[in-house]
Design a protein around this ligand. Structure first.
Ligand SMILES: [Zn+2]
Length: 111
C-alpha cells in the first residue's frame, strides 16, 4: 500500500526528531502533502497509528494540509486547476509543487 510507505518514512523521521529532543510523547504532527501524491489521509493515519504502537509517537494526532499543484502553460502563462497535457495554445503545461511530502511541525511533550 502506497500510504504505508509514507507512514513508515514519516515514523522514522518523527522518532529521530523525538529522540533528538528527548521527547516523552509525540502529541501532534502537522503535514503538508501535495495533492498529486494521491495520498488518502484516512489510510495514512490508520497506517501510522498501527506502526507507531509502542513508540513515543503512539496516539499522535495527524493534521494534513493538502497543497495544490501549480499548473501553468509555459507558453501563454494560463493556469489550470487540473493536470492536462497541452494547453489550447499548443504550449506545454508544467506542473510544480504537487508532489511534496513535508513535515511542517511536530508537537512533542518533553520531560
Ligand atoms: Zn497556453
Amino acid at each position: 500500500m502506497h500510504e504505508l510507505s509514507y507512514a513508515q518514512a514519516l515514523l522514522e523521521e518523527i522518532l529521530r526528531l523525538a529522540e533528538e529532543n528527548n521527547a516523552k510523547r509525540v502529541v501532534k504532527i502537522h503535514l503538508r502533502i501535495g495533492e498529486l501524491l494521491l495520498i488518502n489521509p484516512e489510510q495514512l493515519k490508520f497506517c501510522f497509528s498501527a506502526i507507531s504502537r509502542g513508540t513515543v509517537a503512539e496516539g499522535a494526532e495527524i493534521e494534513i494540509e493538502f497543497i495544490k499543484p501549480e499548473i501553468v502553460c509555459t507558453k501563454c502563462g494560463r493556469r489550470f486547476d487540473e493536470v492536462i497535457g497541452i494547453c489550447d495554445c499548443g504550449g506545454i503545461v508544467s506542473i510544480n509543487g504537487g508532489k511534496d511530502f513535508l513535515l511542517k511541525k511536530v508537537e512533542m511533550e518533553v520531560e
